[in-house]
Design a protein around this ligand. Structure first.
Ligand code: JHZ
Length: 402
């Protein structure tokens, strides 16, 4: 029996089935191009009881978040600016100073805590992947290279602020994780979490954000239940444009802060998510996107034109593997992350190069897989206008940007 990772109810209702896929950040070394590769079913269910959308697990987090984890947060200026703005905002809001303690869970390469360092506000990052943690440590960001959970939380200093950006989805045992948060939080401390909003995933068909690394997909309806089960209130919520539309939720120990009207308003926006039929309707929209992007790419190839892809994003790997978009369509991919360059995209084995390659080969089309950064990326690619290159986006709908 498959059971819900939060409430243990039996999982019976499928949300979407994206077929067999390799782990999305499992980039392939060129010498392994012709070797066997792991593929696992990528199936998500919605729990009829608590409404948590979740994968059926085939990978442990130790398998996915390894010492050569390839996602470095600092390669997007948009994301760095977002982190800096948050640090300014929250430091002021909570009057943080050099006697305060901040803990970030999944602090990656220090993309955010570096800004607390600039303000001399003591901080500690918890990051299990050595590849990214060592970059943070080299920058002077205090980092423990460990997975966070109930047991390890007992060794941490008590925090005025615990934050986690895009981490909750990566945690298989969310109850253990939240028990840890409760332990590490000061009685009057604040927790903020950011995560892509399930409502946007569904409304804008962001199915490519589904991959094995993301065990869960969150609505506020669910998060409120999760917090309550661990003695915490959600006392405020903000909607953010990041990653296709995210929520930033503010939590505290139960009854310690007044609850903002924003919480009730957002729950109201989500009311359709209380209805299981809403979830069942999703998978047909996903199939529609697959047909549309394939139709466009086939048409372009029939005209004898060339296509490359920009951004070796995890979400691109879901798109390519689900749709069967391989080297027959895409000549190569590019990404600014040196760690990804010269490797192959998992499953489809498209080579990842430095973005400089674009100027050398002058492709007719560039498919931007991290659509969440399309403005920043198109801005960087203005020089491709010289030869009339066009951009393609697959999500929320297939579109050519001239
Ligand atoms: P990006 C990430 O998913 C990672 P991914 C993670 N799994 C998560 O939870 C979600 O976000 C929310 C590159 N790039 O961030 C950098 C350029 O090369 O959309 C990245 O490899 N040039 C933790 O992997 C990729 O594109 C640029 O100018 O789907 C972007 O990946 C920019 C802006 C990015 O997410």
């Amino acid at each position: 029996m498959k059971s819900c990772r939060f409430c243990k109810n039996e999982l019976k209702t499928e949300f979407v089935n994206l077929g067999m896929q390799p782990p999305s950040n499992a980039y392939i070394k060129p010498e392994n191009d012709h070797k066997m590769e792991n593929f696992f079913p990528l199936i998500t269910y919605v729990c009829e009881n608590c409404k948590l959308v979740q994968t059926v697990d085939f990978n442990s987090c130790e398998d996915l978040f390894t010492n050569d984890y390839a996602y470095f947060s600092s390669y997007s200026n948009t994301w760095l600016e977002h982190a800096k703005k948050y640090v300014d905002m929250i430091s002021e809001k909570l009057s943080l100073n050099n006697d305060s303690q901040v803990i970030e869970i999944a602090s990656n390469d220090g993309y955010l805590l570096q800004y607390f360092n600039e303000k001399s506000i003591p901080s500690l990052g918890i990051e299990p992947c050595r590849s990214v943690a060592s970059v943070a440590i080299a920058k002077g960001v205090n980092t423990m290279v460990e997975f966070f959970g109930e047991e390890m939380a007992a060794k941490l200093p008590k925090a005025d602020l615990i934050l986690g950006n895009n981490v909750l989805a990566h945690v298989p045992d969310i109850n253990d994780f939240m028990a840890g948060v409760q332990i590490a939080l000061k009685p009057d401390g604040v927790v903020t979490f950011e995560f892509p909003h399930l409502l946007n995933l569904m409304n804008f068909v962001q199915f490519d954000t589904i991959y094995h690394e993301h065990y869960s997909y969150f609505s506020l309806i669910f998060i409120k239940k999760l917090f309550a089960a661990h003695g915490l209130d959600v006392f405020d919520v903000e909607q953010l444009p990041t990653h296709g539309g995210s929520l930033r939720i503010y939590g505290c120990n139960k009854g310690t802060r007044p609850i903002s009207i924003n919480v009730e308003n957002l729950l109201n926006d989500e009311k359709d998510l209380n209805n299981i039929e809403t979830y069942v309707a999703f998978s047909n929209k996903v199939k529609g996107i697959k047909r549309n992007i394939l139709e466009l790419l086939i048409d372009i190839k029939n005209q004898g034109k060339s296509i490359v892809s920009y951004g070796a994003a995890a979400k691109g790997n879901t798109l390519f593997n689900y749709c069967g978009i391989g080297k027959d369509f895409i000549d190569y991919a590019v990404d600014l992350t040196p760690y990804k360059q010269n490797q192959l995209l998992p499953g489809v084995h498209i080579e990842i190069k430095n973005p400089d390659e674009i100027l050398k080969t002058k492709p007719d089309y560039i498919l931007i897989t991290p659509w969440n950064f399309k403005e920043e990326i198109i801005g960087k690619l203005q020089y491709t206008r010289d030869w009339g290159c066009k951009f393609i986006i697959a999500i929320p709908k297939t579109e050519i940007i001239n």
